[in-house]
Design a protein around this ligand. Structure first.
Ligand code: PLP
Length: 432
């Protein structure tokens, strides 16, 4: 098999793996399973070559380090930004909640699935964000589905940054609202789209606060002022900003000082808050409406007591130890600076997500594999998660990475980058 044909197989397989199923050609009219059999043939090749990067089964995960196939790796591919997943107080809170309430609520929030603990935590979140009320969901994905499908309908135009998280796109699809995409971070494009809205349409702008793959920050001041000018409501997805931006970790609207201009702030418990679940915060009447019409909450079981208590304990630690917020960003700043100095094509930024542009999908997967073999776990991001020839390595730091972790990772990046001719040889290597 030639390199070229392998490359095209890999690109096809990744397309198939990640594509929105609605975009795939109908090739299976006769047999619903035909696409799965076809996919197996293609993805099998990447598995055989050891460059299939998904569903890697970890044997142990301590936050800054993990174990994979018997080998210790530095975890630079998680969203555990404050390093709280193994914090003794977070573990203890989950265990105590299981002892007190059992393992599951066995039903929806609406019926038998609400604890006093949900409501206490909701008050605390709302107060922290300076909003009237908050509502806890079972996952962050379900927050976006529930919020948008409750509020938007066929008479709504929803304006979405092209690089928003998939849950926002899926939510718009579920709501039957009209999605209108604007170029990534491009305020002219957003303004033009808003200005073209037909009279009588309700408007919602929905944006990630921090973009999950690129790590860049939405210009919320400008977005909020456009929303005011064009009478649009604003929803910010702070999954990667809560606990990361702002002096207290309050997120992107706190970072820009525009919290009062953001109608709805959502985030997840599955990143900074070391659990699973999520919330939306805003005006009391709107939150109460979502509580009664958010289908993803009403028709799905409540977050488990253990997950709820873990997220709440992590939230309390975040508030008590804001230095963690700065540590996660500080670690990224050091890594970003030194990778840039090495010659990697690194996007400038200030969040714990570092995006390294590689370009070719196959090279990106090969880099991922070699870094893993060198004990460094990062995430490859290939087409169609990003545009063709825009593949990247996503590297994310957490508060509990030590200087030694970062040193070791940088050493591996130097060796692997030289191997693929992506960076210049270090002087010491060259003369040696
Ligand atoms: C920006 C963004 N929004 C929403 C979600 C969904 O959150 P959860 O994992 O809690 O379902 C994610 C998770 O990857 C995300 O990155």
């Amino acid at each position: 098999m030639t390199w070229v044909s392998l490359n095209s197989i890999m690109n096809d397989s990744i397309d198939q793996l990640l594509s929105d199923r609605h975009l795939l050609p109908d090739q299976d009219d006769a047999d619903l399973f035909a696409k799965a059999f076809e996919f197996q043939k293609i993805v099998g090749a990447s598995r055989a070559m050891g460059i299939y990067p998904y569903f890697q089964p970890l044997e142990c995960n301590l936050g800054a380090e993990a174990q994979l196939k018997g080998k210790k790796v530095i975890m630079l591919g998680s969203n555990n930004y404050l390093g709280l997943t193994t914090h003794p107080k977070v573990r203890e809170a989950a265990i105590e909640a299981i002892k007190k309430y059992g393992t599951s609520m066995t039903g929806s929030r609406l019926l038998n699935g609400t604890l006093e603990l949900h409501e206490t935590f909701e008050h605390e979140i709302a107060e922290f964000l300076g909003k009237e009320a908050a509502l806890v969901f079972t996952t962050g994905y379900q927050v976006n589905l529930g919020v948008i499908s409750a509020l938007a309908n066929h008479n709504t135009h929803v304006y979405l940054d092209k690089l928003n998280h998939a849950s926002l796109f899926d939510a718009v699809q579920m709501s039957e609202a009209r999605p209108i995409f604007y170029k990534h971070l491009n305020m002219n494009d957003l303004e033009k789209a808003l200005a073209r809205t037909p009279l009588g349409k309700a408007k919602l702008v929905a944006t990630d606060g921090v973009f999950s793959m690129e790590g860049d920050i939405a210009p919320l001041k400008e977005i909020a002022s456009l929303c005011q000018r064009y009478k649009a409501r604003l929803l910010v997805d702070d999954a990667h900003a809560f606990g990361v931006l702002g002096t207290r970790g309050e997120g992107s609207s706190g970072h820009f000082g525009v919290s009062d201009q953001v109608d709805l702030i959502m985030s997840t418990f599955s990143k900074t808050l070391a659990s699973t679940g999520g919330f939306v915060a805003g005006r009391a009447e709107i939150i109460d409406y979502i509580k009664h019409f958010g289908r993803s909450m009403i028709f799905s079981a409540s977050i488990t007591p253990g997950n709820l208590a873990a997220a709440r304990a992590a939230f309390h630690i975040m508030k008590a130890e804001p230095e963690r917020v700065h540590l996660a960003r500080g670690n990224a700043n050091r890594l970003r600076k030194e990778l840039l100095a090495m010659g990697w094509d690194v996007a400038l930024g200030e969040t714990p997500i570092i995006s390294i542009h590689v370009g070719n999908d196959l090279t990106t997967l090969a880099l991922w594999k070699d870094l893993l073999e060198a004990g460094v776990y990062v995430n490859p991001v290939v087409h169609p998660a990003v545009d063709k020839d825009k593949a990247l390595l996503r590297v994310s730091t957490i508060a509990t990475h030590t200087t030694a972790h970062l040193d070791q990772a940088l050493e591996a990046f130097q060796v692997v980058g030289e191997r693929y001719g992506l960076i210049q040889k270090q002087a010491a290597h060259a003369s040696g």
